[in-house]
Design a protein around this ligand. Sequence first.
Ligand SMILES: [Zn+2]
Length: 667
Amino acid sequence: MSRRLAAACLCAALVAVALLEAQAPRFNVLLITLDTVRADHLGSYGYALAATPTLDRLSREGVRFADATTQAPLTGPAHAALLTGVYPGRLGIRDNGATPLPRGAATLASVLQKAGYQTGAFVGAFILGAPYGFDQGFDEFDARFDRFDARNKLAAERTADQVVTPALQWLGRVRRDRPFFAWVHFYDAHAPYTPPPPFNARFQKQPYDGEIAYVDSAVGKLVLKIEALGALDRTLVVAIADHGESLGEHGEPDHGVFLYDSVLHIPWIMRLPGHERAGTVVREQVRAVDLMPTVLDAIGVAAVPRLDGESVLGVVKGRPRANPPLSYAETWYPKFHFGWSELRSARVGEWKLVDAPRPELFDLRTDRSEAFNVVQRQAGVAGRLQADLRAVADGLGAAGTAPSAPPDRETIERLRSLGYVGFVAPSGSATRGADPKDMVPKLREFRHLVEDALKALERGEVTAAATKLQQAAAINERAYDVHLALGDVYLQQRLFDKAVGEYEAAGLLNPVSAAPSVSAALALMEMGRFDETGKKLDQAAAVEPLSPEVAATKGRLAERQGRSGDALVQYQAAVNLNPSYAQARVWLANTAMRQGRFDVAGTQFAALLALGYQPARSHYGLGLVAEGKGDRATASKEYSLALQLDPKLGAAREALDRLAKQRSTGR
Ligand SMILES: [Zn+2]
């Protein structure tokens, strides 16, 4: 072939490819994750008391999976399954606000971003934030939390309205010539159930349903927006829950401890582009890990290899599978938070095995409420499921689940002096801990004590809080959260050695959270033991490499050791990882001021003002920045603003006097 002919062929081929691309339908994707929403509390799943018109409409115009189950009853691990198609245990994600999604993980967002999608995420809970790796693959990641408090970060959340507003704005400004992927997460149905008006009045007796109705109204705003853009029939709309809610079933008020269907059974509704297959109900078992491969299949983006999930689009199109794969789930929450046994389950649609110290087998065809354990009567079925379950569990790896290294002599002494004998006794590696279902009565009493302690803390009654927590620890000395809280109380009381002991206990119980090491570092720093502080922070960083608290505490250590350049770098890292972390912004601003880095400080004070954090002090800070730059007019204006907001802010008054004096002396 002549060179000219070859070039002509190549040109023709390129034109053909370009035409194909132009013609190929590039469908948008709207993924809505409904936190803590039980399938059987939606209208389309047969709940008579529901007020879920938009989700019901999506079911009518789309596909409803009647038997979808999640892989974990916790927000972080369950979302990891949804967004990666991989069992969360394989990624080492076994608790909320702990081990992050590894950098470089193939997430739905990162795959679609590489495929040319515009990507935006709008999340309602901090535990799905950047420090836990959920920002990967998003051009826009909106996770701003007012009044964020690092000491209570796992509770940081925002309402459906606060989530949907930036999502609607983003949808309004995405380019029309490229498809978009939006992930919108609503946390409202999570306890406590406090729906806003008018849902609070309408659902006085069923506030949980009121929260779901409120979320549905927010979903409605998203669907209407896409409709108004004329894009609904070019958009795959998916609504799916991360897990359900026990609502008192099996003795559990919320979720996390057990693996019954009250938390594993989830709604999954999917409106296909062009509302194809409208009204289809799929009865075959599908799983949270199937979501990502199914979405990619439905929009014609190449599949990701080596996933635990698989596309169920064929099932949607009327091709049932001969042997639908089993749905594996696990929960390490009882282990990491109470020192009880972890649980695993295997479900094949009609049978479900819960692997616990006392295993349970349920026949879901006749016993959907999982009330009758038939593990003895159906030993053959139980044995087969147990083998299948082990095959999955053993393939996941041990990330975070291997027993902690035995404590050293100093730690043992400290724990003994605090009265914790159970830690000191050698524990066999085969012991799984108590069966959670045997601990239900204790769980109630225990929760009351912890709630009372937290209320006492809110009232500033530190000693009363310590007493309640000590009582809780006496009921169950393997309760991680109690040790962490007790450590914080001792830290407030400046009983540093006792605080370190409590944090050591917490760290031994929960190896996937950096919190005990970060807290121990703070106590050690107060004691002036800087080398040990640094070691604790390194341990914390190994567990949670993206933790803003680790970075900020490294900054504080650097400051204490006079390494102000390092402090600046660490504070900046903390702020980058969590833009809502106001305290870290304050530390960064103050350090920058001391170094004469006025631009850095100015950016931080402005950001603090935008967060609504101590506005008078932030204006005062902006005044100092302006004065440092020699801009006396702006400085004077900012100091005056600060004084207007807080007439008692003496520093601002002094600064104004100083400026006035300088003017009168002509300096
Ligand atoms: Zn959740």
